[in-house]
Write a protein that binds this ligand. Sequence first.
Ligand SMILES: [Zn+2]
Length: 511
Amino acid sequence: MTAAADLVVTNAEIHTLGDPDETHEAMAVRDGRVVRLGSTYDVEFLAGVDTDTVNADGRVVLPGFIDAHTHLLMTGRSLVHADLSAADDADEAVDLLCDRAAELGDDEWVLGFGYDETTWTDGRRLTRDDLDAVSETAPVVAFREDLHVASVNGVVLDRFGDDLPPADVETEAGDPTGVLVESAVDPIYEAIEPDADEARELLTAAQRHANERGVTAVHDMVRKSKAPEVYRGLDLDGDLSVRVRLNYWADHLDSLVDAGLRTNHGSDMVRVGGIKSYTDGSLGGHTAKLSEPYADAPDETGQWVVSPDEVADLVARADDAGFQVTLHAIGDAAVDAALDAYAATDTPGEMRHRVEHAELSSDDAIDRFADLGVVASMQPNFHKWGFDGGLYDARLGDRRTDANRLPAYLDAGAPLAFGSDCMPLDPLLGVHYAVNAPSDGQSLGVTEALRAYTAGAAYAGFDEDRLGTLEPGKRADFVALDDSPWDRPDRIDDVDVALTAVDGDVVYDGR
Ligand SMILES: [Zn+2]
């Protein structure tokens, strides 16, 4: 006699998102794994007296979303501190910071995260004058969403001014404007690093938010933070509701090696991922490294944040030590440098080395992704900058249609994984942009877009044997949607998540 299921999902439109995508009406789960898919009749006999039943009321059920590029501490900060992504112009951002300041003591840090002036009506960055209006006694910082730019008030400039590298402190007529870029952002960022208790509060808020958006696993980027110990603590306490793959910053490599760790070590819920480094900066900051000058800055081609020689050295060391590597590379010159470094290793495809963002890859580069087996870890939500008058238009001019050519990677046979970069954390918004891209050469079909956020991201995390599709033997990580993305491809951003489950346990129920 067959053991009873722990959970039965009935009356659903379950998409396996395998290749080919198959649909089933019902699914049974036991010990956290899918044990059967079929008609309600096929599955119902597995129900016993202790079996939970979810009647999906005809909803679409998909494998849980795997966000291959997150900064959950940052998402937690936007949930707890001022969320500047909600502002439509600089004045609104200042209002949000004032609201936050009113909740705090006199000299506590007033923090805001996620502003993007390119989407604002006035299109200008926050300055010291804006932030002095929030407080002239407490330190005030507003981080741009890419974290390569921070705006600060006079208190912060007084406190940190002498320690900031002058080249990255913006000035006007000799006086700092309050806008800091690149290496000038680091000391501020370190000063506001949360302790373990605050990190637990932030990450708990962020995982709840992720579950509400159908996310069951993340590849999180961590640097000198309490995040790894907090995730492991949550896991031991049974309080972790999202699987976490930890991509550690390059400055952790030696201590990881000393601790005997390597890629894929860990538990069912928390695993060691890759080693992360920058190559270049961002298009927003004119610091992404381009082969041709910026359209709006004809003398500039961007800058290396980490030089190609240093990147090559890091990749060689990490690869030797058994680590996957994830390199941030946005401009075409940076993507080439990342691929060069990977090509110099013995088995880049076996290690599944990754390029994060890869926004402006050349045709040759896209072929090399496929040839080398390097994962393109891309953010379809970045298409938001690709429309007329957007950031790509300003920075790249005609080259904007060369950005984020998602179908070209699939056509070439390159591994493609989707993530949000927490701008914002919302896979269905990403799928919406992938399907409704600025141009045909940038858009995917619904199934392809969903696969990159499930099976594609699972592959990028060596997880294709347990995650990414719904089939017997795999983990029962799934999401139920209120509407079918296939039925309303032009409004996928309006599709609501009804329910999210990890290991067959319901972690979010919004029905
Ligand atoms: Zn990122």
